[in-house]
Design a protein around this ligand. Structure first.
Ligand SMILES: [Ca+2]
Ligand SMILES: [Ca+2]
Ligand SMILES: [Ca+2]
Length: 262
């Protein structure tokens, strides 16, 4: 059951800003792995603070254009009921990562998907998807051969080279067992969560994650944040507003994931 389409934004930069922005873009594109790691807060020993630049006073002349469809990023996300959401698990999602996983120096895209409490027939469940960057602003779906096509209630994803083999690996946080995908260096990944000791129990809801070398020993550590232990067998089916005397208002449900409506 599709709910919302993904989007990718192309940045148009005004000519007056190109001189300042282009060196930074070139730096990131020429060192994709370090930039992606820094974006996740990986510590850099002996790094010196950089003084902030003076404000130019020029207007911000950038414009963002949604190019998802023409780029080939056509995943639609599913998180619970389409019109009415009764449980908090249905109001969350989703995760996305830009990473360079196949060594061609082009940033690829990995998107996390969810599910419904009713579930899906065999083979019809929404899945996480990997899109390989083929150049010229285009992506192709490479999920089938990647080993990343898992279904379930995904909440977040983070990328880092936890085994120091030079290839970015992935961790996916779930309501349910988490996944740690080791990059095999042949375009595919192997779920090594159980072997690595980071698979959570089935009722745990992991909602966020990041790789960080917090003790600076050269090995990426993993921080996973957990939202709550959610169990539809025991959770109240509807969020209820309370009156001033503490009584619950009748016929109250969470609609559209964020709004209380009578
Ligand atoms: Ca690539
Ligand atoms: Ca690796
Ligand atoms: Ca470490």
């Amino acid at each position: 059951m599709p709910h919302s389409a993904c989007g990718i934004l192309r940045i148009r930069v005004a000519p007056t800003l190109v001189m300042g922005v282009q060196p930074l873009l070139s730096l990131c594109l020429s060192a994709l792995v370090p930039c992606s790691l820094l974006a996740q807060g990986v510590a850099s020993p002996n790094a010196q603070p950089v003084k902030a630049l003076e404000a130019s006073g020029l207007p911000w002349g950038a414009e963002f254009v949604d190019t998802a469809r023409e780029a080939g990023l056509d995943l639609e996300f599913t998180y619970g009921g389409r019109d009415t959401k009764s449980y908090i698990i249905e109001s969350n999602g989703s995760g996305a990562a830009f990473l360079e996983y196949d060594g061609d120096s082009r940033l690829d895209v990995f998107l996390i998907n969810g599910s419904t409490l009713e579930g899906f027939p065999e083979g019809d469940a929404p899945m996480n998807r990997l899109f390989r960057n083929v150049g010229d602003g285009k992506f192709e779906d490479s999920t089938g051969s990647s080993g990343l096509g898992r279904s379930g209630w995904g909440s977040a994803v983070c990328a880092g080279d936890y085994d120091n083999d030079g290839r970015l690996d992935l961790f996916v946080a779930y309501w349910g067992a988490d996944s740690l995908y080791r990059n095999r260096d042949d375009g595919s990944f192997a779920d090594s969560a159980a072997m690595a000791g980071v698979a959570e129990r089935s009722k745990q809801w992991s909602s966020g994650c990041t790789f960080v070398d917090y003790d600076r020993d050269g090995l990426l550590d993993l921080l996973v944040t957990q939202y709550q232990q959610f169990d539809p067998e025991t959770a109240p089916p509807r969020a209820r507003r309370r009156t001033a005397n503490g009584k619950a208002c009748p016929s109250t449900a969470i609609r559209g994931g964020s709004r209380l409506a009578a």
